[in-house]
Design a protein around this ligand. Sequence first.
Ligand code: RP5
Length: 162
Amino acid sequence: MKKIGIIMGSDSDLPIVKKATDMLTTLGVPYEVHVYSAHRTPVEARDFALSARENGFGVLIAAAGMAAHLAGAIAANTTLPVIGIPCKGGMMDGLDALLSTVQMPTGIPVATVALNGAANAALLAAQILAVEDKELAKKLDDKRKADAAVVLEKDAGIADRL
Ligand code: RP5
């Protein structure tokens, strides 16, 4: 199976990114995590993206806050699918990161999830790998069924809570 590459702009993003690594661990999807910044270590971020395909990655996830150019900078240097996680925080509490991540120019796509949406980033990355992996697709289907069962259980009990 291809690996998922997870890059964060700072180790201060780790509490958010942990939700992605937890999800991938649950699904049995291999991943590698790095701290590279589009601004503080632009050469390392670029080199990682340029060599990601030949290094066995299938999808890249990039998490950053504030002037969050990391996902775009990674996407500029690879044609692997890139998923951006805009992180909350700073003076604008994430609106700056959301717009910096989502508003990519035509030709360089970044699939942007919600603010701090690390679990969904991991699920989307797994769903991309599952296009060619029936076993992983079954795990994702089973998870959807389990999640639905939890909601239906709450539906059955809601009247008793009123
Ligand atoms: C961004 O700036 C990082 O992704 C992080 O979300 C934010 C703050 O970084 P630190 O100053 O905590 O290293 O580049």
